[in-house]
Design a protein around this ligand. Structure first.
Ligand SMILES: [Ca+2]
Ligand SMILES: [Ca+2]
Ligand SMILES: [Ca+2]
Length: 223
């Protein structure tokens, strides 16, 4: 009843779906004590480097307890994730507006589909929450991950966001607060989720997009 082509497509789709669910194979896990500030992906065909507005710090042990949300992420939770500063492991935005930041740069385009953070909390009265802002280059698109944990620190302020894959070569991350009633905002980068698409395919998508634009522009000129 179904053609061989349809079945092959369904199998490919299934494999891709399963890949997206098993976060471990396609994540950069900054809570893993073995993860440093550089690494490689997809069998070494892509490398990544983390830089920051100051000293990168991943010195603190994870201080939460595991929950269904932390388990589902597949992250190790040895440490509290990466922040900026000699004396703290948080990406901080100070009351005077000075923002610390972390940037993760890839050697080739990758498809990012999730971000994980720690130490993002809601105020006790729920009126203020810490949020992570991630801006992707070259698309300029932004994802915001909001706190779900309250100050009882059940999951150590773990917050995650999953989204349609964004083709990117670098991610710029800051932490802000929905308002300022808890002093200043800070949080740590715990992990980056990647779509299980081979990098050459991701590169072709980008080139295809650019080629499409060029063809569109040629057609407009010809008209
Ligand atoms: Ca921390
Ligand atoms: Ca800091
Ligand atoms: Ca915080």
């Amino acid at each position: 009843m179904f053609g061989a082509k349809w079945v092959a497509g369904a199998v490919t789709g299934l494999v891709l779906s399963l890949g997206a669910v098993s976060a471990n194979a396609y994540s950069i896990d900054f809570t893993d004590v073995n993860t440093g500030t550089t690494g490689s992906l997809f069998g070494g065909s892509v490398t990544w480097t983390m830089t920051a507005s100051g000293i990168l710090n991943n010195s603190q042990a994870f201080d939460g307890v595991s929950t269904s949300a932390t388990s589902a992420s597949g992250l190790a939770f040895d440490t509290d994730g990466y922040g900026v500063g000699r004396n703290d492991d948080e990406i901080t935005t100070f009351p005077n507006g000075r923002m610390e930041s972390i940037t993760v740069t890839f050697s080739a385009p990758v498809l990012v589909n999730a971000l994980y953070f720690l130490d993002l909390f809601k105020s006790a009265d729920g009126s203020s929450l810490e949020e992570a802002y991630a801006t992707f280059s070259p698309t300029g698109s932004t994802q915001i991950t909001s706190a779900v944990d309250t100050f009882d620190r059940v999951s150590g302020g773990f917050a995650s966001s999953a989204f349609a894959p964004i083709l990117t070569k670098s991610i710029y991350i800051t932490i802000r607060s929905s308002n300022d009633n808890v002093g200043f905002a800070d949080g740590a980068l715990a992990g980056i989720g990647l779509a299980p698409v081979p990098v050459p395919a991701a590169g072709l998508l980008l080139l295809g997009g650019l080629g499409g634009l060029a063809a569109f522009s040629r057609r407009r000129k010809a008209a």
